[in-house]
Design a protein. Sequence first.
Length: 309
Amino acid sequence: IPTETMFVAVRTAGVFLVLTATVLGGGLASAQLYRDSMPGEMLYGVKVAIEKTQLLLSPNDEYRVSLHAEFADRRVNEVAWLAELPVYDKQLVAETLFAFEKDVVALRGGLQNLATDDPTNAVEMAKSVERKMTLYHNILQKAAANLTPDVRMAVNATRNRIDETAISAMAIIVQGHLEGDERAPRMIVLNKFEDRIKQAEHSLDTVIAEREIYEEKSPAIKAKTAIAEAKLLIEKENYQAALLKIAEVAELTKEAEEEAAQEAQDAENVEAEATVEVENKNVEGDQAVDSVVSSETNETLEDAIQADH
């Protein structure tokens, strides 16, 4: 019996046993409940345990990459769900971001292994992964708007892993194009570069508009310059050099967003300190008034006592 066939059989049996144990008496409806459960809910731990079992029993890199992609989809949607709650749990957001980041990193590693072991399928997988990274980036960018500055910094750090994975996927696509792979035509390569540039420009425009940045040495302005250089390289069809420039843009954009998040955090801290100071002054004022009233009351009582005598 081929080894891969045995792995598939064992995987199927293992997942079946886990599912049987977890949904016993509930059928497919219970299985759907586990799949739809969210961080902090009672059945979420079962959902994660089943995912770990699936990874443990995956037969090859291609299947494992597809699992990490599926699980990353779930984690990023869970982060978005947590961010939209009227009152969200910072710890749950941090834990879910960490789990999402692990899947993204594993996705990148699996893709790189696939490029070495099975380059025939690597280009198609790389195109799929790059599309997912663009989607993840947009989802987290929207979610960050609902979060406090300190949590927003954690989201930005996670988006760095997304950028790294997207660039790794693009490198495989570019290499496929240069080697004449028909699944990586020039138009696909140009579209991928265009998507990355538009994404970076949107992020930078937001940072620049919020902070009114004009200094040439600022990361945001330097990133804008690097984008212009990348466009020239793309026009010359020097795609590998353009890819390096896109990586530079991603790094500079990260620095610009971190600066913006830190400034927002500092402003929030200053505002909180000012609020505490005002509250303390109000308390001191109330205590002073109470002291005066108490003193006047005592004097009145003493006068009344002396009048009686």
